[in-house]
Write a protein that binds this ligand. Structure first.
Ligand SMILES: Cc1ncc(COP(=O)(O)O)c(C=O)c1O
Length: 418
């Protein structure tokens, strides 16, 4: 007899890793100051979060969130379409439009739902979506939902993208979807080249997921498109508030007609409850701080440079990066889990990146940094890696990083770190 639950009974992976004592997921944090958290009764330096600007614990941000709870309660208890819209949501959309540099913005309950709903309703059967092979899972799900024909192109490879586009009949509507900063490696999209290619194909539109570029790249943290001065050339920009903006939620920014269509068609927007008021107020406060204190971005860059310099001095096998995401090549999955455990025991909280997020046998340790990490915390990270790396064989002279992982970031200037 067939049983829908059979696959669950036959699923040994998690049980096997748990039994080995190396299961690295779902660690219950007891309390947090942002850059340091308490786990298992002791402080650990957090280098596994997306809190790039460290704003989750800014007193002004926390105060605004508290005030929103006082005024609106803890939740919206309904879709924005019906009872869940507040003046805060509308205010946030207007401010984001100005910040990103697009005419109109729509705020969703999460970034995942933004991708799911937007891609899912904009493209349809008969349309073509061109998707980078390393795009985020939420993009992949949005593509599936759309029922469009999905063609993947080699990661950040604009020659391959162009070759795929040439094969598509010119009467077909096409959407290119790509991350602006790739979440596992911190690599920045080659947007200037992508735009050059796009201009040769007038029927093509571009959708940019800038979850990890927002609050990090651009003069005011406006993201990847702003960083390259190409905001006008990108048709649609989405972002999340679950990273630099210290909250939860997502948004789509673009031309008014398109955003309005999505507002009335994206089922993940229409049939899901609105972002809680405290979460919206948090983002509004973050935007204000970002505009008033550009030095936060400078501090983040400074911290990234300290870590890159430290890792380079140790000879660690890290992937080139210009963003707060600095991944270290480990290779074997089991070794990555053991290393994460060892790092914990030495006061460092990191996260492994394993199959299926990366190809099997190419496990990474994804580390990420905040503007609010102190020099002492960063020193500790470098000191612990210097001690553990040789025994794990993760020094550059001990391991060969697959070529496709280090071809990235053409603009990266290692010499500047010397
Ligand atoms: C590139 C990218 N897009 C979208 C998302 C989804 O964002 P959210 O956490 O707001 O659902 C993430 C989150 O991990 C991401 O990294």
């Amino acid at each position: 007899m067939a049983d829908i639950f059979q696959k669950c009974l036959d699923f040994p992976d998690a049980k096997f890793v748990k039994a080995s004592g190396l299961y690295p997921f779902f660690k219950p944090i007891a309390s947090s100051s942002g850059s340091t958290v308490h786990y298992n009764g002791k402080p650990v330096v957090m280098i596994g979060s997306n809190n790039y600007l460290g704003l989750t614990h800014d007193k002004r941000v926390m105060q605004k969130a508290k005030e929103a709870i006082e005024n609106f309660g803890t939740g919206c208890t309904g879709s924005r379409f019906l009872n869940g819209n507040t003046v805060l949501h509308d205010d946030l959309e207007q401010k984001l439009s100005r910040f990103i540099g697009k005419e109109e913005t729509l705020v969703f309950p999460t970034g995942f739902l933004t991708n799911l709903g937007t891609i899912g309703c904009l493209a349809g059967p008969g349309d073509i979506i061109l998707s980078d092979t390393e795009n985020h899972a939420s993009i992949i799900e949005g593509c599936r939902l759309s029922k469009a024909t999905v063609i993947t192109y080699r990661h950040n490879d604009m020659k391959d993208l162009e070759a795929r586009l040439k094969e598509i009949p010119s009467d077909k509507a096409c959407l290119i979807v790509t991350d602006g900063v790739f979440s596992m490696t911190g690599e920045i999209l080659n947007l200037p080249e992508l735009i050059k290619v796009k201009k040769r194909f007038p029927q093509v539109r571009l959708f940019l997921d800038d979850a990890h570029g927002l609050g990090v790249l651009g003069k005011k943290g406006e993201g990847t498109a702003g960083h390259f001065g190409l905001t006008k050339e990108v048709d649609l920009i989405m972002g999340t508030f679950s990273k630099s903006f210290a909250s939860i939620g997502g948004f789509l920014a673009g031309p008014p007609d398109v955003v309005d269509y999505v507002r009335h068609k994206a089922r993940s927007f229409m049939f899901s409850a609105a972002m809680p008021p405290a979460s919206v107020a948090t983002v509004l406060a973050c935007l204000e701080i970002l505009e008033a204190e550009p030095e936060r971005l400078a501090k983040l860059k400074e911290n990234i440079a300290i870590i890159l310099k430290g890792f380079k001095k140790i000879g660690l096998a890290f992937l080139p990066s210009e963003t707060p995401i600095i991944s270290i090549f480990v290779g074997d999955e089991g070794k990555a889990f053991q290393l994460v455990k060892d790092l914990f025991e030495n006061g460092i909280f990191t996260t492994p990146v394993c199959y299926p997020a990366v190809p099997f046998g190419q496990a990474l340790l994804r580390t990420s940094y905040m503007a609010t990490h102190t020099q002492a915390e960063l020193n500790k990270v470098i000191e612990v890696f210097a001690r553990l790396a040789p025994q794990y064989g993760i020094l550059q002279n001990q391991v060969v990083i697959p070529k496709e992982l280090i071809q990235q970031t053409a603009t990266y200037n290692f010499a500047a770190l010397a």
